[in-house]
Design a protein. Structure first.
Length: 132
């Protein structure tokens, strides 16, 4: 039935959007009580570019943090002072990038979701201006 096709397509698209949004939110605002890139001290931010990139930084509390993207694993991992071995904060990530600019970071995350014959992708991007 055409209605069920449309409902299923919408559901897969919504799932992709929610996953992309959640991953960007964790990058920007952090994980649990851990500060994200919004609280990074600008002089401490180090981006290691490539298909498997990482960004490390010291937050306003003086704690070391990092995010790592695995292109093969299609996941984003956070590691900080309260984690051991990292915590997966994003899955089904088809592509992601982070670039360090003069006064902030440009972040982009693309999530791909497939359920049966239904596939959807969604890209969320943002710019995080350094405050410190």
């Amino acid at each position: 039935a055409p209605e069920s096709l449309e409902v299923k397509t919408d559901a897969v698209q919504l799932q992709a959007a929610q996953k992309a949004s959640a991953a960007v939110e964790r990058l920007v605002y952090g994980v649990g009580a851990q500060y994200g890139l919004r609280s990074a001290v600008s002089s401490t931010v180090v981006v290691t570019p490539g298909p498997n990139w990482s960004v490390s930084y010291v937050d306003i509390m003086g704690l070391s943090n990092s995010f790592t993207y695995s292109s093969a694993g299609k996941k984003l991992t956070y590691d900080g002072s309260d984690t051991t071995g990292g915590v997966v904060v994003g899955r089904s990530i088809a592509a992601a990038s982070v670039a360090n600019g003069v006064d902030g970071l440009t972040i982009s995350v693309t999530v791909g979701v497939t359920e049966g014959r239904y596939t959807a992708t969604n890209t969320m991007a943002t710019y995080v201006a350094y405050r410190n």
